[in-house]
Ligand binder design. Structure first.
Ligand code: 9MR
Length: 362
């Protein structure tokens, strides 16, 4: 397994670098970021036609110049961490607000970066008018279907030609592979998935249309549910272009071993894959062992992607620890990204860099 070799190399070479980072953090520089010598990560990735991306926090992008600088320099693909979700785009029924999403697209365009769309349908971050309308029965099933159609069509049309991959449906299965009992499923039944793909395709025929979820890195009940869904949709004449693996891992659990086999079975179906939200959290405080393990997990996922020709993009879910969603959701855990909160690169940064430098099929 190459990622283990990579991890060993990181451990050997990274210990000194890591000690350095701690020392400088203790000296408390406001900003420990100075870009390492050599090409930015995106230049290494581009040699292999890989989109190497990050999720973008729009507040940080507006307020933090170092964050802005790294976002522009290191990545050739950006995903809106939040601002292309329903609650932001359609805060009132029929009233769309594209301000923040457009700002992300403009930033990306002015830095020659591609944009991944996230997400046309999810069960979280829905606007209050929608959830309460469904709950109190004032929005009927037929109306809900119409609302879904309008939203997907309006948003995909608005960004037509500006998004290279769309997460069309996000997190629609439970761990055991049964349909998630979301508002969409409960109200509309499973056909909402095919409908959403049809409407998205009609609105933006050239974007690659994805399913996307977490805990689907390896071959398991949930990833198999996606595999079967893709085949089932195809038999109904509905094409799914891509399988999105979020890649939210934790150093507290083992590394999923059969990622290559999982990517391969989708590739064999003619479906591309992408890692869409990669981060690797740990129990705080982190120590050198955990940071090295984290680095091995990053490099293991990236290595699997680089070794599968149909793996087209690899996005990390933010790059700087101070903006991570993890501590808010998993109390006592954190440090999930490749830069620490002072923008010092962590062992995971060096692991990612090394993988990208080695390139595909190495
Ligand atoms: O990172 C996002 C965080 O800022 C939001 O508060 C959260 C709301 O649920 O969503 C986070 O992003 C999620 C993504 O959209 C879908 N997969 C899981 C991500 C982490 O929760």
């Amino acid at each position: 397994m190459k990622h283990l070799r990579a991890a060993a190399a990181v451990m050997a070479s990274g210990a000194l670098l890591f000690t350095g980072a701690v020392t400088s953090a203790q000296a408390a520089p406001a900003d420990a970021y100075h870009h390492p010598k050599g090409a930015p990560l995106k230049a290494l990735a581009a040699r292999d036609h890989l989109f190497f991306g990050t999720a973008v926090n729009m507040d940080a992008l507006a307020e933090d110049s170092t964050y802005r600088r790294i976002t522009a320099r290191e990545f050739n693909s950006l995903t809106a961490e939040n601002v292309m979700k329903w609650e932001t785009l359609q805060p009132q029924r029929g009233v769309y607000d594209f301000t923040q999403g457009d700002a992300l697209v403009d930033f990306a365009r002015s830095h020659g970066q591609a944009v991944r769309g996230h997400t046309l349908l999810w069960h979280n971050q829905l606007p209050g008018w929608l959830t309460s309308g469904v709950a109190d029965g004032s929005i009927s099933k037929d109306e809900l279907r119409q609302i879904l159609r309008e939203h997907v069509t309006t948003v995909a049309k608005h960004y037509k030609g500006k998004i290279y991959q769309w997460d069309v449906v996000n997190e629609v299965f439970e761990e055991d592979g049964s349909y998630r009992q979301s508002l969409w499923y409960q109200q509309l039944g499973p056909s909402y998935i095919a409908d959403t793909f049809r409407w998205a395709r009609q609105a933006d025929p050239h974007a690659k249309l994805y399913v996307n979820d977490y805990n689907v890195e390896g071959v398991n009940a949930k990833s198999t549910a996606y595999y079967n869904l893709v085949k089932e949709l195809r038999s109904q004449g509905v094409r799914v272009d891509g399988f999105g693996i979020q890649g939210h891992l934790s150093t507290m659990y083992g590394f999923p071993g059969d990622i290559p086999a999982n990517l391969k079975r989708f590739a064999d179906l003619g479906v591309e894959s992408s890692f869409t939200e990669v981060d690797v959290r740990g129990e705080m405080p982190m120590d050198e062992t955990k940071l090295d393990r984290q680095a091995a997990y990053f490099s293991g996922m990236l290595d699997a992607c680089l070794n599968q020709r149909k793996c087209t993009s690899f996005t990390i879910w933010g790059f700087a620890d101070q903006y991570s969603w993890v501590p808010g959701v998993f109390p006592g855990e954190g440090s999930a990204n490749i830069y620490d909160e002072n923008y010092a690169p962590k062992p995971s940064y060096w692991a990612v860099r090394e993988e990208l430098a080695e390139g595909r099929f190495n």
